[in-house]
Each structure stands twice: as C-alpha cells, then as structure tokens.
Design a protein around this ligand. Structure first.
Ligand SMILES: Nc1ncnc2c1ncn2[C@@H]1O[C@H](COP(=O)(O)OP(=O)(O)OP(=O)(O)O)[C@@H](O)[C@H]1O
Ligand SMILES: [Mg+2]
Length: 314
C-alpha cells in the first residue's frame, strides 16, 4: 500500500525582516495520523502552522495539503482544513452557540444551527451554550475554539499549542478529542512545547529547533536514538562527584545533576551497560548508593540531546 500524505512540504521558508523564522521545513504527515511538532518558544512552530494553513505565503518551498498545492490551490486547501490558533479566535461577546452558528454560516455549512448544537454537545458545552464566551473558563474557550475549527469536518486539522495553560482535566478533554478525531480518520498536526503531549498523542514527532526540523520519528524511535538513561541516587551530597565520575567513565557522557534528590544521571547508548554492572562499578568505587536505575529516556532527554537548544524546554 502506498502512503498518502495529508501534509507534504519541501523546503518551506519564511523570513520576517532579519528573522529567519522557518528555514526549510520538510514535513510528511501520513493521512489519518497525528503529527506532533515539538519545539521551544520561538522555534518557528506558529509560523510553520501559518504557512501550512495559507495564512502566510512562503518565501520559498512548496507543499501539498490534502492533495492540493498550498499556493496555487490555496482556496481548495482552505476548504479541506481546520485551524485552531495559539490564541482563542472566538468572539467573547457572542455566546458559544452564536459563535458556532456564525462560523457555520461563514463556511456555508448546511443546517448551521444543527451543526452548532452537535458540536456543543460533543465538547460538553451544551449547558453553557447560551452564555457569552467571555464568561467561559480557559478550557471551555479552547474547546469552543476546537469546535469552531471542526465546523466543516476538515480532513486535516492544525492545532497550535492546543493545551498550553490548561489544567490537567481540561488538557485531558482536548487529548480525548484529538484521539476521537484520529479514530474518525482526521489527520492532525499539532504543535506543542509539552513532550508528554507529543508522547501521548503523536504517531510521529518532528523536533523543531530554530526554524528547522532537527529530528523526526515515532516517539519510540526518537527515544531509541539516544539510548538508555542511567541514574544514581547517593546517600549524601558529598558523594555526588564520585558517582558522577563513575557514570562519566562508563557512558562517556557528561552527567547531569539533580541536587535536590542527590541524584546524577547520564544517557548511554552502550548495550553492555546493564544495571548490575552499573551497581558493581559504583560499589567498587565506594559510592554510598541509595538507588540506581536505568530507564528509556523521556522525550525531555531526547529534546535536550537532539537539539542544540540552550534554553530549558517547557
Ligand atoms: N509577524 C512576525 N514579525 C516578525 N517576527 C516574527 C513574526 N512572527 C514570528 N516572528 C519571529 O519568528 C520566530 C518564530 O516565531 P514563532 O511564533 O513561529 O515561534 P513558536 O515556535 O510558535 O514560539 P512559541 O512557542 O512562543 O509560540 C521568532 O523569532 C519570532 O519572533
Ligand atoms: Mg507559537
């Protein structure tokens, strides 16, 4: 079976004056999958979404979205996609229901009132449907925004940081909605600064760093790229340096410290470094060991290793 790509871009670029916000974006999102575009502040995520949704014109490169050329067939692209921006786009003075009806009429959806009612129901907003959206909580606004972007049953949905600033319960509701959409066959491209979010939702992840995709692959592939994370917890702070020395020698990687927990850890790609061996070496060096563990890396580890980002992430 040949793969059909809902999003296929090549060398997309965008400059804002001296700022080269997107520096050659090559992205392939298979139909019916969820792609997580993961990157820190200023990496170019929003610019990428704006390019891929025809809101900005690329300076260079090309893309096909749902089979249509991004630039030459921009209006066909617009008919097939939904977009939820990083900041809410609904009108606070209108009620939830009025907002959705307005969107439905703007997009010439048949039976706008029914479609609005259906989406309010789906996103648990029926009870608050007739209050102004300005009285909604952050999570409710996001759900209303998401509902608005679905009004035309898009083939490809773009979500720019859909859960930033939401509490865990609201975040889970958005996650469930994304999973439902995927089940129904919608292709979803979402940007996020949360590694856990990409890990939870995405079939494939593109790590964006300074306008470029630094790495891409499934969450498991990205984790496998950097190996296993070995961590040692010592009985007292004085022993940290010695433990770090042993880790450094075993892994060849400069260890990182967690002083609050008296812990030190490093990533290793060496398959012969097993937990028993790690414990033996630490013991032989006289390190007062409280705990030692080896686990697959989190996407946080991956991000820090695979991008040359100096800024903390998240
Ligand atoms: N309209 C604009 N004019 C000038 N510079 C811009 C404009 N839009 C974005 N930029 C710059 O382009 C770079 C990428 O910005 P972008 O908003 O795409 O990043 P982002 O990954 O979405 O960041 P965040 O996580 O903060 O939302 C930044 O340096 C930003 O300042
Ligand atoms: Mg952004």
């Amino acid at each position: 079976m040949t793969t059909t790509y809902a999003v296929l871009s090549e060398g997309l670029e965008k400059r804002f004056g001296a700022v080269h916000a997107v520096r050659g974006l090559d992205l392939a999102v298979a139909q019916g999958t969820v792609c997580g575009v993961l990157g820190p502040n200023g990496a170019g995520k929003t610019t990428a979404v704006r390019l891929l949704t025809t809101l900005l014109r690329p300076d260079a490169g090309s893309a096909r979205i749902a089979g249509h050329d991004l630039v030459r067939e921009a209006s066909a692209v617009r008919r097939r996609i939904g977009v939820t921006g990083q900041y809410a786009s609904v009108d606070g003075d209108l009620t939830g229901r009025q907002n959705l009806r307005l969107f439905a009429r703007l997009h010439r959806v048949r039976g706008p009132a029914d479609r609005a009612g259906e989406l309010l129901d789906r996103f648990g907003l029926t009870e608050s449907a007739d209050r102004p959206a300005s009285t909604y909580s952050g999570g409710m606004r996001r759900r209303l925004d998401l509902a608005a972007s679905l009004i035309r049953r898009p083939d490809v949905l773009f979500l720019d940081e859909p859960t930033t600033g939401l509490d865990p319960a609201s975040r889970n509701q958005i996650w469930d909605a994304v999973r439902d959409l995927k089940r129904e066959g919608t292709t979803v491209l979402l940007t996020t600064q949360y590694l856990e979010e990409a890990d939870q939702l995405a079939d494939d992840i593109a790590l964006v760093d300074r306008g470029r995709i630094a790495h891409s692959g499934s969450p498991a592939q990205l984790k496998a790229l950097i190996g296993t994370y070995a961590e040692v917890v010592v009985a007292h702070a004085d022993a940290l340096a010695k433990a770090a020395g042993v880790l450094d020698q075993l892994t060849g990687v400069q260890p990182s410290f967690d002083h609050e927990r008296n812990a030190v850890g490093a990533v290793t790609g060496d398959p012969t470094l097993t937990l028993p061996r790690l414990v033996r070496e630490l013991d032989a060096a006289g390190v007062p060991l409280l705990d030692a563990s080896m686990r697959p890396p989190t996407l946080d580890d991956v991000f820090l290793r695979l991008t040359d980002s100096k800024e903390p992430v998240g």
